[in-house]
Design a protein around this ligand. Structure first.
Ligand code: IPE
Ligand code: IPE
Ligand code: MG
Length: 247
């Protein structure tokens, strides 16, 4: 049975095409239960499964999940190892199901920093789900917004040096085409869990006019119903993009 909230947001019809999520609060979720941080990350995987299904139900076209930042490499080695093991486990255990649901998984970030095991698992899920047409799922791994921008600048500079590009041709659209998110619409809605009021170096270019939604819920407790509540809130927003309200 469909949830009442899901029915309501579908009735409204203004489903955000692209939703991005900063999945935060795993450590605090675990600490409050006297558990190791790792236990919070493991439960976070359950939340990922539920939210991905909810996103498909709601009819979202692109769901982008911030799973591991470039800055997160500075965490203690055992925590990084646990997160990478979970990434591999997620990719291995969800591959068939995501494929069956028509979810095309993309993994965006500095993948060459991953060890062979998680990297192979990630490449496999990306390859095997590539034909999915229902929804695109971006997993942001070893990702940083500033790093993405610097890489894009380098790429354009290389093209200019080779004589393929006149610097005056560089505009927002060309710049967007050399980012990891090339070809995708900007996020309409950004959700951050655990109540933190910051962007933490996430999608700095793409979030220019994104609606922000901060949930106090820790990521391991976040469910599809919380996603629907965020969408319902989004539907009450008035997006102005710098213009004045009509009428
Ligand atoms: C989010 O939870 C997961 C990652 C950043 C990988 P945290 O691990 O940041 O949890 P808190 O913020 O310490 O509670
Ligand atoms: C942002 O969360 C990164 C991810 C959710 C993957 P962090 O927990 O790393 O961010 P800060 O340190 O609180 O800004
Ligand atoms: Mg955190």
């Amino acid at each position: 049975m469909e949830s009442e909230l899901l029915e309501r947001i579908k009735l409204d019809g203004r489903i955000p095409s692209h939703v991005a999520v900063i999945m935060d609060g795993n450590g605090r979720w675990a600490r409050e239960r006297g558990l190791p941080r790792y236990a919070g990350h493991r439960r976070g995987m359950v939340a990922v499964r539920d939210v991905v299904e909810g996103a498909v139900e709601a009819g979202i076209e692109v769901l982008t999940l911030f799973a591991f930042s470039k800055e997160n490499w500075q965490r203690p080695r055992p925590e990084i190892a646990a997160l990478m093991a979970l990434l591999k486990r997620y990719a291995d255990s969800e591959r068939q199901e995501l494929k069956a649901q028509g979810v095309a998984v993309h993994v965006l970030g500095e993948l060459d920093r991953l060890r062979a095991g998680p990297r192979a698992a990630v490449e496999r899920i990306v390859g095997e789900t590539a034909a999915g047409k229902t929804m695109r799922l971006n997993l942001m791994i070893s990702y940083s917004g500033r790093d993405e921008i610097v890489r894009a600048v380098r790429e354009l500079a290389r093209r200019a040096r080779r004589g393929e590009l006149d610097p005056d041709e560089i505009d927002e659209s060309l710049f967007g085409s050399v980012l990891y998110t090339a070809g995708l619409p900007d996020p309409d809605l950004l959700i951050r869990t655990s109540g933190e009021l910051r962007i933490s170096n996430f999608m700095l270019w793409q979030l220019a006019y994104t609606e922000l939604y901060i949930s106090s819920v820790y990521w391991p407790d976040f469910t599809r119903e919380h996603l629907f509540a965020a969408i319902s809130d989004y539907q009450r927003r008035e997006r102005r993009f710098g213009r004045v309200t009509a009428g």
